[in-house]
Design a protein around this ligand. Structure first.
Ligand code: ADP
Length: 607
């Protein structure tokens, strides 16, 4: 007994020294003994305890599973094993334990005498496990969430992990992907260099970054990727894996390429010596190409200093027009080429043609295109000089011719030579025709030179109009000239010149309406204006030519429209005379139905 007491004490001491909780239960599973460590942990009262006392500290969630395992063990007389949480009174938290229980049998009959069990604290291990699981899960979610393709290889480069995006892109099965299958998806031209870089990296252990093309398994097209790989090392510094990403840079590359291409094009345009190009920000020149600098004599430095303004380049007398140009630019984002003049660095005036476009996203910036127009201007000047010279030269013999004709006419009239009157009348008509033509040529030259002169007088408009209508009616055998209305107003201006205006307009009305029989002149007056309109029922003028007909030498009639002789000078002179009288001239027309020219003058003179 003493011996057995001794061994029982020893057993107790042993059991209490163990880091585990130890328990002993009866054959029915009712626990009879808890070791001291457990009693301390669960703060079980000393003395005899109920068989299920321990379960008070069991986590409620673990209760059903633990109880079921325990019941099964007892019924099937097999090993009991489960994981459960027990309440720690000291920290006030649950800890994980591995509970085990084994039946202890009678040596002879094999019946169960006792159950002996332990509870081993596995809390830390559990924690580590859970942390690991959580971080693995985090990695998985992250790897699937990123827009890149992610992969991992063994130290020798054998691919053993990839995210879904990678498999989806390459359209390879896990069996195909495992190992080195991805290399087959590399663009053939990239294969050798990429394999070389990787092989070197695997040897040296240095991370690498390489761009290559990978085939999109869905479309068969190659896209560009940037691949990056980093080695993962253990505590001893040994590489245990390689982690890598492939970032799709196709779009970025494409944009870069497009950008480069458009930059190249823009540069080629700028560098071309064909056309002057400048960039203007507001009023300031911020960039100019060589052609522009050569034309104007300014240097690149002067442009870059930001001190060169448009107002320095454009002569003050062109400033109002420049203002209109700016307005057009604001409204229609571009300006059609127009003629103007630059003041060059050395003060020289340079005739140019310029146009421009506003930059779509930088409304204050304009790209201007400039062409040297001096050669054309020079040619024009030469033509003008020639015209002026020729018309003067022609005028002198014509004047004497006219004089001689008049003398001859008088003599012929006295002698009454048969047939000579008609011959003379024809001659006289031709001389008058020549005279008008040369007169117009001279007028054009004078307008060009700014030398058309006007006398200032006061006259009655109604009278002027009826005089002209009468004169023209005498000549015209085809049309009736109808004058309607009267203004009873005096105009101040050049009576002859204004007479020239109406003669011309009525003359045109007759000339361009061969099928019609009337030309109507209507005079009207309102509070501020006097209006004279000349209407015909002739061929009309196409819309796009209605402005141009007032330009010098412009004719709307096509060369095959014979029977409309002319030189395109009349309306140019008319417009200038009207302008000099502060008036306006406009035209309304319908092709095939006729035209109406409307001339207005401010009602300034006395009535
Ligand atoms: P010209 O009559 O000598 O050609 P103008 O300067 O008088 O020159 O007129 C310019 C052009 O305008 C003409 O060539 C003609 O095409 C057009 N035009 C002028 N008046 C009329 C009109 N009443 N009807 C149709 N076209 C006209």
């Amino acid at each position: 007994m003493g011996n057995s007491k001794h061994s029982e004490d020893e057993f107790r001491a042993l059991v209490d020294a163990m880091p585990q909780f130890v328990w002993i239960g009866g054959p029915d599973g009712n626990i009879e003994y808890y070791n001291q460590r457990w009693r301390d942990y669960a703060r079980l009262p000393t003395g005899r305890l109920n068989g299920d006392e321990w379960s008070r500290g069991l986590h409620p969630d673990d209760m059903p599973k633990a109880m079921e395992a325990w019941q099964t063990a007892i019924q099937t007389e097999t090993l009991y094993k489960t994981e459960l949480r027990l309440y720690d009174d000291v920290t006030g938290a649950y800890r994980w334990f591995l509970a085990r229980g084994a039946p202890y049998r009678d040596a002879r009959q094999g019946t169960i005498i006792k159950w002996i069990g332990t509870l081993t604290d596995i809390n830390e291990q559990k924690q580590v496990e859970q942390n690991l699981k959580a971080s693995q899960e985090k990695f998985r979610v992250l790897a699937e969430a990123v827009p890149q393709m992610i992969w991992a290889t063994q130290p020798d480069g054998y691919l053993d992990y990839w995210n879904q995006r990678y498999a989806d892109y390459l359209q390879l099965s896990p069996e195909e992907l495992q190992g080195y299958g991805w290399r087959l998806c590399l663009h053939p031209d990239d294969r050798a260099s990429v394999v070389a870089i990787r092989t070197r990296s695997l040897e040296t252990g240095d991370p690498y970054e390489v761009a290559y093309r990978l085939r999109d398994g869905r479309t068969g097209a190659y896209r560009r990727f940037l691949a990056r790989a980093l080695p993962v090392r253990d505590d001893a510094g040994q590489i245990i894996a390689w982690f890598g990403t492939c970032t799709d840079i196709e779009e970025q590359k494409r944009i870069e390429d497009a950008l480069r291409q458009s930059q190249e094009r823009a540069q080629a345009l700028m560098d071309s010596a064909i056309i002057g190009i400048m960039i203007v920000d507001g009023e300031t020149l911020v960039e100019a190409n060589r052609a522009f600098l050569q034309m104007t004599g300014y240097s690149q430095e002067e442009v870059q200093s930001g001190l060169l303004k448009m107002s320095t380049l454009i002569p003050p007398e062109y400033a109002p027009h420049e203002q209109e140009v700016l307005e057009e630019l604001t409204v229609s984002r571009q300006v059609k080429p127009y003629e103007t003049v630059y003041i060059c660095k050395d003060g020289r005036f340079l005739p140019i043609v310029q146009g421009g476009v506003a930059l779509p996203h930088r409304p204050s910036q304009t790209i201007g295109f400039v062409l040297d127009n001096s050669a054309r201007k020079e040619l024009e000047q030469r033509k003008d000089d020639f015209l002026s010279m020729a018309s003067h030269e022609l005028k002198t013999p014509l004047t004497s011719l006219k004089l001689q004709t008049q003398l001859l006419g008088r003599q012929l009239a006295k002698q009454e030579v048969t047939g000579s009157v008609t011959a003379f009348a024809r001659m006289d008509r031709q001389v008058k025709h020549l005279e008008r033509l040369i007169g117009e040529l001279l007028d054009v030259s004078r307008i060009q030179a700014g030398k058309l002169e006007f006398v200032q007088e006061t006259f009655e408009l109604d009278e002027l109009l009826s005089d002209i209508a009468e004169t023209l009616q005498q000549i015209s055998t085809t049309h009736t000239i109808v004058v309607r209305g009267a203004v009873h107003t005096f105009l101040s201006g050049d009576r002859d010149r204004l007479g020239q205006v109406f003669t011309n307009l009525i003359g045109n009305a007759i000339k361009y309406s061969p099928q019609a029989s009337t030309v109507e002149v209507e005079v009207g007056v309102c509070a501020e204006e006097i209006t004279v309109s000349i209407r015909d029922h002739g061929i009309g003028i196409p819309r796009e030519q209605r402005e141009k007909i007032f330009e010098r030498f412009y004719r709307a009639v096509t060369p095959d429209q014979k029977g409309f002789p002319g030189f395109g000078m009349g309306l140019y002179i008319v417009a200038e005379i009207v302008r000099q009288h502060n008036g306006t001239i406009t035209v309304e027309s319908e092709v095939g139905h006729g035209s109406t020219f409307v001339v207005t003058f401010p009602k300034s003179a006395k009535t």
